[in-house]
Ligand binder design. Sequence first.
Ligand SMILES: Cc1cc2nc3c(=O)[nH]c(=O)nc-3n(C[C@H](O)[C@H](O)[C@H](O)COP(=O)(O)O)c2cc1C
Length: 337
Amino acid sequence: MDLWTIDEHDYPSGGTPEAQLRFLVRYAILAPSGHNTQPWLFRVRGDRLELFADRTRALPVVDPVDRAMVISCGAALANLMVAAERFGMDATATLLPDAREPDLLAAVRSTGARRATSDPALFSAITKRRTTRRAFEPTPVPEAVLDSASAQAASCGAGLHWIIEPERKHRAAELIAEGDRLQCADPSFRRELASWVRSRRAAGRDGMSGYAFGMPDLLSPVGALIIRTFDMGTVQAAKDQALAEGSPAIGVFTTRGDGAADWLAAGQAMQRALLSITAAGLTSSYLNQPIEVPALRPRLAMLLGTGESPQILIRVGRGPELLPAVRRAVEDVMLSA
Ligand SMILES: Cc1cc2nc3c(=O)[nH]c(=O)nc-3n(C[C@H](O)[C@H](O)[C@H](O)COP(=O)(O)O)c2cc1C
C-alpha cells in the first residue's frame, strides 16, 4: 500500500476517539527523521494516544544524546496535531507527561468534542513534503514564505533564523564543509550512515535509498559500500558547500534551552515550518553537520548571534519533484494497548 496516499474520507468521523486517533497515526509516520530511522512508537487506549521514542532506532555516532531522535518524534507529533485540527478533533497534547518514563514524549487526549476545522494548506502539505537533496533554483524565496515559516516555528516556542546574505551564507557553508570533513574522516560515522542506506524495496521500509542522493535505487548497496569504505570528506564538503551557497535561503531552528522539551519544541516547529514551505510550492533539505559536530555548534550559534542553541539547519528553495521516501506501516509502529 502507498502510505503517502491517504483518502481523507476514510477518517472515521462517526467512530470512537480510539479509531480516530489510530487514523491520525497515518499522518504522523510521514514526518521526516534522521537517516529515516522512524524512531517512534504509538499506543492508543480509549481517548488517549501516547507517543514514545523508539531508542532501539538510535544513531549513537551522529546523534549520541538522541537529540535528532526527539526532534523527529516532535515532527511526527506536529503532523498528528495538524491532522487532528483538520478533522475537527478537539485534542490536546501534553509533552513529557511522566518524568519516570523518559521514552514517553507526549500524550494526546481527544475530548470527543468537535471543533472548527483548520486551514487545509498545512494539512495537504503533509503528504507532499519531501527532503530534496538536489540543487535548488537560485530564485529568491518570497519574504512572506520565510516570515510565515518563522511564525509557525514561533507558535511552537522555537526560533527560525534565516541566512540570506551571500557573505553569511558563505560562512555557514564553510561550517557545513568543515563538518563533512570531520564526520567523513570518522570510520564509525561512515559505518553508521552506510547501515541506513538501502534499496527502497528492502523489507524494513526504513533508511535512505541511493535514489535520495541522486543515483539509481538499485545501486543503493554499492553506495553504502562506498560510504563505508572511503573517506569522501573532501568531495562531500565541496558538494555541500556549493549546495548551501547556491540555495536561496538557509534556515536554522533554535531553542533557548537544550533538553528533551526543547528538542520536542524544535521538532514541532521544524515540521510546521516545513509544511508551510511545502504549501507555498517550495522544498527543503538538511545540512545539519554544524549542529552534529560538537566543536562547530557554538560557531554556528555565534554566526546567528542570538545566544540560543541551534537545533536543525535547513536550506530552502525550488527543486525537482521526487518520489517520497519509504515508511513502515502503521501496524509496525503501534504498541498493543
Ligand atoms: C532531525 C533530522 C535531521 C536530519 N539531518 C539530515 C542531514 O543532516 N542530512 C540529510 O541529508 N538529511 C537529513 N535529514 C533528512 C532525513 O534523512 C529524511 O527526513 C528521511 O530520509 C526521510 O525522507 P523524507 O524527509 O523525504 O520523508 C534529517 C531529518 C531530521 C528529522
